[in-house]
Design a protein around this ligand. Structure first.
Ligand code: NAD
Length: 501
């Protein structure tokens, strides 16, 4: 650990447990054992607010994935998990959720140091949301059921369906919500009775590794959940392509999602892809401006804009365009940029040098494309990967900053004249993850919602997410759903049974 990171931890008084965990040599978790990569190789991990070395993680190999899949297969076919009653599965899952709750501060500190995000939002959304997801999915095992069918085939028959776990799940998660996304990927398959091999993003593996200590305490049998850290191009690719994996569950960029989907289809695995977005916020002339401003802060400026469903494209009716854009820019400028551990921080740094440069390039591109810089527009001089919250005005849909996912605290805004134009502009994008509509006219809301091509549409808010509500994209934003009973279904096979009496 670089002394700048150590000083940072001292400055904000992190818990003893978090400090112990962050200082120890990191290992992966395979078949109930803490292991190094088979080659002993490691990768560097950087702390984003100081841009200095935090720790090393094992650089897993193809062989490590093979071992993890074999462990998961064995746990699925004949381990304690396979024999466990649904009620006992529920109890273990609730126990894990309670342990997260008991250790929320430690997890939030580890996540904040690893990812850079502001700790207040992390405690509430990342950790609190994860507890809720595990409890919600823990309610399902005793309620998974098939159906008796009234068949008419001549003779006497008893016919029914059974719901069975699909098998070993290969899960791959991104770095923007490392802990929360991992829980989205873990909770539903555990409820279904599957076993899992999960690969965290190489930038942010630590909270998941700490979580495995809690799973051990909760009594999760060996082999049920295996964590292999390392690169996407080796560990991730091999996991998606592994014939022992029955279901691939991926969250990340659209580009990598395509590769992962192809690899999964080669061995005909089931696949869910939760991908990128460039979600529109459509603001009509009768909108409550305060709600628009709050929603913008809670989506495109939350988590430094590294939010898949961020409302990063705003379309505002021409009658209120100037007022709305100014109000949003005022709020953005008032946000406190500070290292994530600072309890007053409203926006931490972005994840990495690479992301910092990529967003910086988009900020320059916006000016080159002729957009008006209403606020921000620059990266912040170091240390750390901080970006000014930025609003580009007077944009149009031909600009790359309007069409492409920037994945930073950058809002692009333009005006429209009527409802049809608003819908056309909102749908004119390759992505279809989410959208929001702001209006006080309930008829208009109901008219517009079905016309928007997106997996989630919010009215008069943006980015509300809860475990009982399915979340997933249309168009290039993905295939399938996370959360809700819809996600559980992705981890279940239906067996048809006929008995001739
Ligand atoms: P990414 O696609 O670069 O990486 C995601 C994961 O895939 C990482 O674990 C990475 O190591 C792994 N990976 C990389 N190459 C791989 C390969 N060839 N085969 C298998 N795995 C590979 O995405 P990211 O930069 O970590 O995350 C940001 C992206 O995730 C954004 O596009 C964002 O919109 C998206 N995202 C979507 C959702 C959603 O629910 N739709 C949620 C969060 C993030």
């Amino acid at each position: 650990m670089h002394e700048h990171v150590s000083n940072y931890l001292d400055q904000y008084n992190v818990t003893e447990t978090a400090r112990r965990f962050l200082s120890q040599a990191q290992r992966m978790y395979v078949d109930g054992t803490w292991v190094e990569a088979e080659t002993g190789e490691t990768m560097e991990v950087y702390e984003p607010s100081t841009a200095t070395l935090l720790t090393h993680i094992p650089s897993g190999t193809v062989g490590d994935v093979d071992r993890a899949v074999a462990a998961a297969r064995s746990a699925f076919e004949d381990g304690d998990w396979a024999r466990m009653t649904p009620r006992d599965r529920e109890r273990i899952m609730h126990r894990i959720a309670n342990l997260i709750d008991d250790n929320a501060q430690t997890i939030a500190e580890i996540e904040t140091v690893d990812n850079g995000k502001a700790i207040i939002g992390c405690l509430d959304a990342d950790v609190g949301g994860s507890v809720e997801t595990l409890h919600y999915m823990a309610g399902w095992p005793t309620k998974i059921e098939g159906a008796i069918r009234s068949v008419s085939t001549p003779g006497q028959h008893f016919a029914y369906t059974l719901k069975e776990p699909v098998g070993v799940v290969g899960a791959i998660v991104p770095w923007n919500w490392p802990f929360n996304m991992a829980m989205w990927k873990i909770a539903a398959p555990l409820a279904a009775g599957c076993t899992i091999v999960i690969k965290p993003a190489q930038q942010t593996s630590l909270s998941l590794l700490y979580f495995m200590e809690l799973c051990e305490q909760a009594g999760l049998p060996k082999g049920v959940l295996n964590v292999v850290t390392g690169r996407g191009s080796s560990v991730g690719q091999h996991l998606a392509a592994h014939p022992g994996v029955a279901k691939v569950s991926f969250t990340g960029s659209t580009e990598v999602g395509r590769t992962v989907g192809k690899a999964a289809m080669e061995h005909l695995a089931h696949v869910t892809l939760e991908l990128g977005g460039k979600s529109p916020m459509v603001v009509f002339e009768d909108a409550d401006i305060e709600r628009v401003v709050n929603a913008t802060q809670a989506s495109v400026f939350f988590n430094a804009g590294q939010v898949c469903s961020a409302g990063s494209r705003m379309y505002v009716h021409e009658a209120v365009y100037d007022d709305v854009v100014q109000a949003v820019a005022d709020r953005a400028q008032a946000m406190k940029l500070a290292p994530g551990l600072d309890p007053k921080s409203e926006m931490g740094p972005v994840i990495s040098q690479q992301q910092f440069e990529s967003i910086g390039n988009y900020l320059q591109l916006g000016e080159q494309e002729g957009a008006e810089v209403v606020c921000g527009g620059h990266t912040v001089d170091g240390p750390g990967y901080f970006i000014q919250p930025t609003v580009f005005g007077r944009t149009d849909n031909s600009m790359r900053i309007v069409q492409e996912e920037i994945f930073g605290p950058v809002l692009v805004a333009q005006s429209f004249a009527n409802e049809d134009e608003a819908v056309r502009l909102a749908n004119d994008n390759e992505y279809g993850l989410a959208a929001s509509v702001f209006t006080s006219d309930v008829s208009r809301a109901h008219r517009v919602v079905p016309r928007i091509q997106a997996g989630t549409v919010w009215v008069n808010t943006h980015d509300l997410i809860e475990s009982c509500m399915p979340f997933g994209g249309y168009k290039n934003s993905g295939i399938g759903k996370d959360l809700g009973p819809e996600q559980l279904d992705h981890f279940l096979e239906t067996k048809t049974v006929w008995i001739e009496l």
